[in-house]
Design a protein around this ligand. Structure first.
Ligand code: GLP
Length: 234
């Protein structure tokens, strides 16, 4: 894993943007996108750039179960607000969290991923080392699946909701197997809350207890961290 240290989230967004721009010059076709507060500065760079995505496909990692696309807390809405309204793609995919048959929706999403191999995957990381919504204990060979969110994740995500009760308890997430198939991974992390997960991801054992540690097995990962997130690395 290549680790790039930057001073703050704005610089991190610019760094990830430069990496993407270089890959787009090489003709990549499909972006894997993430939500959360971490990629916001990156999306801001994209939105204000000259880059054109109208010939590209985007595939998001995950969506909450039970939230409609127009719900202000849904990841559909997040992507529309922060990126797609400024930079439309040829096609953009997110899992449908309202599907009546969630297992069928997971299968369908795997098909979409198979038809559009991901060239450049953006990732954040949960405080417990989750990627996408692949919580600790998720087998590394999983494809898209329905997840019961951990209490830690529910609490971390409650800041976006009016009350804890409103935070969805389940999500539908791309699996670790699919994330590992992407040709390049750019993982960003900012702040002290992420320091332990970042240290374990890079220096700890490769273990399903810390899902992001699987990235040690991926040949092309760039980790962009600020000093706080990197503070346990030395
Ligand atoms: C959620 C998302 C992840 C994201 C994580 C961290 O669980 N499913 O993709 O990486 O939150 O969020 P944040 O960037 O807000 O810290």
């Amino acid at each position: 894993m290549k680790v790039i240290r930057i001073n703050n989230q704005v610089e991190g967004g610019k760094k990830a943007f430069e990496l993407l721009k270089a890959e787009m010059e090489n003709g990549i076709k499909t972006l894997g996108l993430a939500t959360g507060s971490t990629p916001l500065s990156f999306y801001n760079e994209l939105a204000n750039s000259e880059l054109v995505f109208s010939e590209m496909t985007s595939i998001n990692l995950d969506e909450y179960v039970g939230l409609a696309a127009d719900n202000a807390q849904s990841y559909h809405h997040f992507m529309q607000e922060n990126l797609f309204q400024y930079k439309p793609f040829k096609e953009s995919f997110l899992p449908n969290g309202l599907a009546t048959d969630l297992q069928a929706e997971a299968k369908h999403y795997d098909q979409i991923i198979a038809e559009h191999p991901i060239d450049f995957q953006i990732l954040g990381i949960g405080r417990n080392g989750h990627i996408g919504f692949n919580e600790p204990g998720t087998p590394f060979d999983m494809t898209t699946h329905i997840v019961d969110l951990t209490q830690d994740t529910i609490e971390a995500n409650s800041r976006f909701f009016d009350s804890m009760e409103e935070v969805p308890k389940q999500a539908i997430s791309m699996g670790i197997h699919s994330i590992m198939q992407s040709k390049m991974v750019v993982l960003m992390a900012y702040g002290k809350d992420k320091a332990d997960a970042i240290n374990q991801m890079i220096n700890g054992p490769i273990s399903e207890d810390l899902p992001a540690s699987v990235l040690q097995n991926h040949p092309n990962v760039v980790v962009i961290v600020d000093e706080a997130a990197a503070s346990e690395l030395d």
